[in-house]
Design a protein around this ligand. Structure first.
Ligand SMILES: [Mn+2]
Length: 317
């Protein structure tokens, strides 16, 4: 029995599951949850999906089944697209579970669950799931194909990031053949933004700063900025992709002061390992895409992180 069938075999052993993921859900975390939910339903299992943060209004089958709060304890818990400690308010519930499953592609994942399927070489957790399902010869239907496709599109930035491999395209092609809808999925994830958010983006773009001949580019959004425009900081994740548009940028940083003295920092890079940089500030993620959260005043966060990023660039020559 290989690793894939062994893992799925263990998953078929129990009847009731809580399925959860990280805070601030994205297309990969939601796609992974929906896919595992549908797969286990096919096996006749009872599953509850819980996301305590707001769930985006995406055209994904089963998304309306996601619950905002858990109503009971669960003996069997599946954590997707993150390690347990990133499940936020659900962590106590995960810790209480008798048997835990973890499927993830993040570099820092320590594999502390009962059953772990961690593959940091994959572009998305949905890519791992696609391969797991392939290993057991599943027939992909719309309910599996559409969420898997959404997760892959999301984590590859619409097939543009360095993690976009031929395997990714082959998976996307097969999932499209089985009902995934590329245009409406991409619109839901990357377009379809409320007008006030687009206006806020216009303001934000004027605040982009750079150093070292634009090799370092960053954007700082304060708590006051969000309040003035009536915009939710979590709706601005993708602003980092606009900072990344600066020609020649190698390290790109988005600072969001989500509450007074609470700063969420997103990192993106071209060719430079920024995972360590994020780790130095208590965060993590991937080699070229990572994040951290700092509990210090915004001005200090910007100063410390920009200084560290400059140092990293200088070390890189
Ligand atoms: Mn992911």
């Amino acid at each position: 029995m290989n690793r894939k069938t062994h893992f799925l075999g263990a998953l078929s052993r129990y009847d009731n599951y809580l399925i959860c993921s990280h805070e601030n859900p994205d297309a990969d975390s939601i796609g992974a949850m929906l896919t595992v939910y549908h797969y286990l339903k096919l096996l006749g299992k009872n599953c509850t999906m819980v996301v305590t943060d707001p769930v985006p209004d995406w055209p994904l089958p089963g998304i309306e089944q996601i619950q905002p709060v858990p109503v009971q304890d669960y003996e069997h818990v599946i954590v997707l697209d993150c390690e347990p400690k990133r499940t936020g308010s659900l962590l106590p519930l995960v810790n209480k579970a008798k048997v835990t499953f973890n499927i993830d592609h993040h570099k820092d994942n320590q594999g502390i669950c009962t059953y772990n399927y961690i593959d940091t070489g994959q572009a998305a957790t949905c890519m791992i799931l696609y391969q797991l399902f392939k290993a057991v010869g599943i027939n992909f239907d719309y309910e599996l194909a559409q969420p898997l496709y959404a997760g892959i599109v999301g984590d590859t930035g619409g097939f543009r990031h360095a993690n976009t491999t031929s395997d990714v395209f082959l998976a996307a092609a097969e999932l499209t053949k089985h009902g995934a809808v590329p245009n409406t999925t991409a619109d839901a994830i990357f377009a379809a933004k409320p007008l006030e958010l687009i206006h806020f983006l216009g303001y934000a773009l004027t605040k982009i700063e750079t150093r070292h001949n634009d090799r370092l580019a960053w954007l700082v959004l304060s708590y006051e900025d969000f309040n003035t425009y009536g915009v939710n900081p979590s709706d601005c994740d993708q602003f980092i992709d606009y900072v990344r548009m600066v020609a020649g940028s190698q390290i790109v940083i988005l600072f969001r002061e989500t509450a007074p003295d609470l700063v969420r920092v997103g990192f993106r890079s071209r060719g430079i390992n920024i995972h360590q940089l994020a780790q130095n500030f208590g965060g993590g993620g991937h080699l070229l895409a990572a994040g951290a959260q700092l509990n210090i005043p915004l001005i200090d966060a910007v100063q410390q992180v920009v200084t560290a990023a400059v140092k990293l660039l200088e070390g890189d020559g």
